[in-house]
Ligand binder design. Structure first.
Ligand code: ADP
Length: 166
């Protein structure tokens, strides 16, 4: 510890496999709330992802381009450690449903135990995207459904390409 953490800097953590409009909405709102927003793309050894880490970061960089105070970085290991190393005081997360709530509540309490100086802040999903998740979109893509409403165009193209190759 011993390092000063900035409460005006937040880290929005996630897997982003791939980034969708629900994530974009949190990035947009987070970028207005904080001086700097770091999107932290986690390397999760428990989760197999459809998109490689490089692809997820690249798509996020593209999508976050309109926001000059947003940067995208990947991290391995504990989120609180990455947040501290970034000099940030805030973990930003989105909340969609009651089931999200249970998981996020547990995670935020554990993170508070791991590093009491770092707080988790939640933004409620907008109604429009509260039912949208990366896993559901991946399933719909495999089944040939239209994803235009839920994905930025470059992400939709990348997802269709992935599905075609599988
Ligand atoms: P995880 O970090 O659990 O692997 P994701 O990468 O899918 O999950 O999402 C990262 C963060 O974005 C989480 O806080 C999640 O609750 C939030 N999120 C996911 N989908 C939406 C959505 N449609 N609207 C708002 N927030 C969302």
């Amino acid at each position: 510890m011993g390092q000063t953490l900035n409460a005006r800097v937040a880290v929005y953590t996630g897997t982003f496999d791939p980034v969708h409009h629900g994530h974009f909405d949190i990035i947009k709102r987070g970028s207005r709330l904080y001086d700097r927003l770091i999107v932290g793309v986690g390397i999760n050894t428990d989760k197999t992802t459809m998109f490689s880490l490089e692809d997820r970061v690249e798509l996020l960089c593209d999508v976050a381009k309109p926001f000059p105070n947003v940067e995208v970085r990947s991290f391995e290991g504990l989120a609180v450690r990455f947040v501290r190393e970034s000099g940030a005081r805030i973990i930003l997360r989105g909340l969609r449903t009651l089931s999200d709530m249970e998981y996020e509540f547990t995670m935020s309490l554990m993170n508070l135990h791991l590093d009491p100086e770092i707080e988790t802040v939640f933004l409620m999903a907008t109604e429009e995207y509260s039912h949208v998740s990366s896993s559901l979109l991946r399933q719909i893509a495999v089944l040939g459904g239209d994803l235009t409403k839920f994905l930025p165009h470059q992400v939709k193209d990348a997802l269709m390409e992935k599905v075609k190759k599988q």
